[in-house]
Design a protein around this ligand. Structure first.
Ligand code: TRP
Length: 330
């Protein structure tokens, strides 16, 4: 029987954490872990990293940075299984078995593939195409029934669900049908005020970065482009800085909104106040982060991978048997 309330989620190792990663996913991971209603599996998706960067060495530092940040914001290895995707290579076998029940048309329609293919026209590899099949294998390898992710991942979770359904129908019902658990967060745009916050676009505000870096990033934010002078009333409705006020000043954002509307506060000043608030809010994360050595991070991932692997070996054995393969002869 599949465990009832198991969660799996992952992040690609693309560098240090930013506000988008935190509010879009990790904050929710921590809350779900601490709520105690689910058994949580979280991982760093380094195999997925290879779809965009062919040399894993090139993102090894990012991998440890990301894992350290995830631990610093509150993922606790005593409560969650936190592991490295490529240290549980059984996922590759499940990926292979899933590829046989995944219609070509499903993958072809994935919106993220089309977008990535446009972004890296010189490296449109098969792994990139098959990305959601591997993601389905990630989730179902541990029989994850719930997947806390940002809205941009909904299409992938939906495909994992269809994959589970199809495998269960064609072979044997051994997998849960995963659902996404989305966070109710305001959309956080990058410092350019136009695009999603993303490391590759260089428009991020960090979480565990040093205060001076955070200040610089926040002060570079594009605000209300219609407002030229401080003496003019601002338009908080269309200002990304204001969206962040709602997050960081849940009780007094209205006050700042009014000041802005009445031209009693300038954009620069609003950003200075916001920067200090962000620096202060994340102070405990920054401290915990600076205490973690690379060796400790690696030890946590090792222990987590060992736990995840026990589950994975069992799932793959079951899946092989459902498909009708002989057990490995040697
Ligand atoms: N595709 C996800 C992202 O880009 C990362 C990921 C890989 C993932 N495997 C997963 C997320 C499994 C949830 C479940 O953010």
């Amino acid at each position: 029987m599949a465990p009832k309330r198991r969660i799996l989620s992952g992040m690609r190792p693309t560098g240090r954490f930013h506000l988008g990663n935190y509010f879009g996913a990790a904050k929710n991971w921590v809350e779900l872990q601490n709520g105690g209603d689910y058994e949580c599996f979280y991982m760093v998706a380094d195999y997925h990293g290879l779809t965009t960067q062919p040399h894993a060495r090139d993102f090894e530092d990012d991998l440890f940075d990301l894992a350290g940040d995830i631990l610093a914001v509150g993922i606790d290895p005593a409560k969650s299984v936190f592991y490295l995707q490529s240290s549980v290579p059984e996922v590759a076998e499940l990926f292979l078995l899933f590829s046989m029940v995944t219609p070509y048309g499903w993958v072809q329609r994935t919106p993220t593939f089309k977008e990535k293919a446009r972004q890296q026209p010189d490296n449109v590899n098969f792994g990139l195409f098959a990305y959601p099949v591997l993601q389905a294998a990630d989730i179902l390898l541990v029989k994850g029934g719930f997947v806390p992710v940002g809205g941009d991942q909904d299409a992938h979770v939906e495909m994992a669900r269809e994959t589970a359904r199809r495998f269960n129908r064609v072979y044997k019902p051994i997998f849960p049908e995963p659902k996404s658990l989305s966070t109710e967060t305001p959309r956080i745009l990058g410092t350019d005020g136009r695009q999603k916050m993303s490391k590759s676009l260089g428009n991020v505000v960090g979480v565990t970065d040093p205060p001076e870096v955070i200040r610089k990033q926040v002060l570079s934010m594009v605000t209300d482009t219609k407002r030229v002078y401080k003496s003019q009333p601002g338009h908080p409705r269309s200002c990304n800085v204001d969206s962040l006020y709602k997050v960081f000043f849940p009780n007094d954002w209205q006050h700042y909104w009014d000041l802005c509307r009445k031209a009693q506060i300038g954009c620069h000043e609003k950003k200075q106040i916001l920067a200090e608030r962000i620096v202060e809010t994340f102070e405990p994360f920054r401290e915990r982060r600076s205490d973690l050595t690379r060796k400790e991070i690696q030890q946590v991932l090792e222990a987590g991978s060992r736990q995840a692997r026990e589950v994975a070996v069992e799932t793959v054995r079951e899946a092989r048997s459902a498909v009708g393969l002989l057990p490995p002869l040697i």
